[in-house]
Design a protein around this ligand. Structure first.
Ligand SMILES: [Zn+2]
Ligand SMILES: [Zn+2]
Length: 659
């Protein structure tokens, strides 16, 4: 210890100063008890204006809360996820305030920030309409202009209960009664005439909330329990700049236009009907073409990489799933077992394909020379999702996984993971997902959460990271996110609207080989365990196609398009010539449709435009006598005339090059 240590020690205890460290590593001394806002102000007026809250030693705090010890501080602005959260949550208070002004009888449930905006659950005597939302919005703007400060008050739980009892806010009283007995102190926040029970943090004042849009209303049972009263949930969003709100609303419009449930119907891709059951999609002929084209594409890519296709049944003996641990562990998300009279066995609609593929591996002895073995199947699995969770193709009860199980030796793991990453990169690139990020989900120190040997895990995690580096992935490591059976890599793609979707996955598994006693004979003549890799570039085909429909807005590239060309005669007089052209296109393997309808040509062209068909072939007097065709391209219009054989060559090129 240096001779100065005692002096420094005394100074830091006695001192009225604290040391504040900034994200860039610089630090500066301030008076003890200073607020984050004053610190921001001392740096620059611009920062004080833009800061919405402060992250102090990792905790998000009000800008006004005093800082009493040495701290690391990061100012949160609207650009930061956590800054947005504070902004939107504070707007939910402002909305509740406006509602209290308009509907004095209002009682309030909860009002959190969500991914895009916020909501508040409210109990009022009036059914809300579009007009009432507008009135609330106007009131919010009026209140935001008053620029009331959000003032925090800490008080005892008992005083808080009394306060909300007096106010008649029985939902808040109920929330308070559920708060842990040990936490005697709670906090309330007051902004103008409105006070809410809340942990915070909030914006310094309401004036920061500039542009507001209330988006919709839905019903919501108090605490999600349908035995409770149904409250009205109002969703909204807010921004500090008008341009941001305009852009958001524009994206929302665009997303509505691209909604795969809407386009799926218009383009006749799939059907979900109560007659069959919720969450059980049916592929219509056009959707089946799309799906099979994707499957064939992946089949071919897999064939080139040494995968072997297999097919397994849709149900399996329940014992398979008892061995794997899927039953009863995931019992709540499965359809109940099937038991037939006179049959001793019970069956399960398969929730996973893995155990079936393990049986194939087990069907004969394996040597180290046989590995890696890669079985691939578009295997349909069944999950019993809650009906409230179902959504178009993205949340369903029956879906097909582009599944593969690979059985590899320890020394092959890294190389095999690299190959899988390469395949996923090729597939995403082909689908036009230019941007994607990757999460490496690793274990944490909680040993009880994971099975298998720690040394194997460490090696696998090191090799996954090396593989990710070798393949130049943009990734982050999420500790504690691994599955209990091994580490995994999850792929998030950004679609054309910039929305993120979790699609492909690669999972390393040390547990299933144990449970199913998978073995191979090593070069040493001894028995060894292979490692299993579960992987699926698309993930679920249903979900993938749902995302793809929205990504392309239904305007698929030609190789995927269910209808590639529509042949339209100008009138009935040219139907025969048109039919001849249509047949030649079909013979050339092009997916063409012939429009024989007795409608005006203008009407037919508009109709095929809305069906988003890329090419229309128009034939009339001029084309018939010249023996050629005229071509129109979706959104671009007339492309002039050319010979049919030239057109067929162009189409073939476009399909072959998948553009
Ligand atoms: Zn709050
Ligand atoms: Zn699997």
């Amino acid at each position: 210890m240096s001779e100065y240590t005692p002096i420094f020690f005394i100074k830091s205890i006695m001192s009225d100063k604290i040391l504040i460290t900034f994200p860039d590593g610089n630090s500066k001394e301030f008076d003890k008890g200073i607020s984050a806002f004053r610190i921001a102000e001392s740096i620059s007026p611009g920062l004080a204006e833009a800061a919405l809250a402060a992250e102090v030693n990792g905790f998000v705090k009000d800008l006004e809360s005093p800082i009493n010890s040495d701290s690391v501080i990061n100012f949160l602005k609207f650009d930061d996820e956590k800054g947005k959260e504070v902004y939107w949550h504070s707007t939910s208070h402002l909305m509740a305030h406006a509602i209290q002004e308009i509907y004095p009888e209002a009682k309030f449930g909860v009002g959190p920030a969500i991914e895009n905006g916020f909501y508040y659950d409210i109990d009022i005597n009036t059914g809300l309409t579009e007009e009432s939302l507008k009135a609330i919005e106007d009131k919010m703007i009026e209140l935001s202009k008053k620029n009331n400060s959000f003032i925090r008050q800490d008080l005892s739980k008992d005083s808080a209960v009394k306060f909300f009892e007096n106010k008649g806010d029985n939902y808040k009283v109920e929330i308070l009664s559920g708060i842990n007995e040990n936490s005697e102190q709670v906090s309330i926040y007051k902004e103008g005439d409105f006070t809410d029970l809340c942990r915070g943090p909030h914006l310094p004042s309401t004036g920061k909330i500039k542009f507001i849009k209330l988006l919709n209303i839905s019903g919501s049972y108090w605490r999600g329990d349908e035995n409770n009263k149904q409250l009205q949930r109002i969703y909204g969003i807010s921004f500090p700049k008008k341009k941001m709100l305009d852009e958001f609303l524009q994206r929302l419009e665009e997303a509505k236009k691209r909604d795969h449930r809407k386009l799926g119907k218009e383009l006749e891709l799939f059907l979900i009907t109560q007659a069959v059951g919720s969450g059980l999609p049916i592929w219509l002929p056009k959707g089946t073409i799309l799906r099979e084209t994707l499957e064939n594409y992946l089949r071919e890519e897999q064939r080139k990489r040494g995968y072997e296709p297999v097919i397994t049944p849709h149900i399996g003996n329940i014992n398979l799933y008892k061995t794997s641990g899927h039953y009863p562990y995931y019992k709540d998300s499965q359809f109940p077992p099937i038991k037939l009279e006179g049959d001793k066995e019970e069956y399960l609609l398969k929730p996973m394909n893995c155990p079936h593929h393990f049986q194939i591996y087990l069907s004969k002895p394996r040597s180290y020379r046989d590995l890696p073995i890669r079985y691939a199947e578009f295997g349909t699995v069944y999950r019993y999702e809650q009906s409230g969770e179902l959504n178009g193709l993205t949340r369903v009860r029956s879906f097909s996984v582009d599944d593969s199980h690979m059985f590899v030796r320890e020394d092959q793991l890294k190389d095999e993971v690299c190959k899988v990453i390469e395949l996923i990169q090729v597939v995403f690139g082909q689908m036009g997902f230019k941007e994607f990020t990757t999460q490496l989900s690793f274990r944490d120190n909680n040993a009880e959460k994971y099975g298998g040997d720690i040394k194997l895990w460490e090696r696998a995690q090191r090799e996954i990271r090396e593989a990710a580096d070798l393949m130049k992935l943009t990734y982050h490591v999420a500790e504690g996110e691994a599955a209990f059976y091994g580490p995994k890599i999850d792929f998030m793609v950004k679609d054309a609207l910039g929305r993120k979707w979790q699609l492909g996955t690669v999972q390393i598994d040390y547990i299933m080989p144990e449970r199913f006693n998978l073995e191979y004979t090593g070069s040493d003549g001894q028995k060894h365990r292979p490692v299993v890799i579960h992987r699926a570039p698309f993930g679920s085909l249903e979900r993938f196609i749902g995302v793809l429909i929205e990504h392309y807005a239904g305007e698929f590239p030609l190789w995927l398009a269910p209808v590639q060309v529509a042949v339209i005669p100008v009138s009935q007089n040219f139907a025969e010539y048109g039919k001849d052209v249509f047949n030649k296109l079909k013979d050339a393997g092009i997916r063409a449709e012939f429009d024989e309808r007795n409608e005006k040509i203008g009407y037919k062209i508009r109709d095929w435009e809305t069906k988003k068909v890329k090419y229309m072939v128009i034939v009339g007097e001029k084309e018939q006598s010249a023996g050629n065709i005229s071509v129109r391209k979706h959104k671009l219009g007339d492309m002039g005339s050319l010979s049919l054989s030239e057109f067929i060559d162009n189409i073939h090129d476009e399909i072959k090059n998948k553009i």
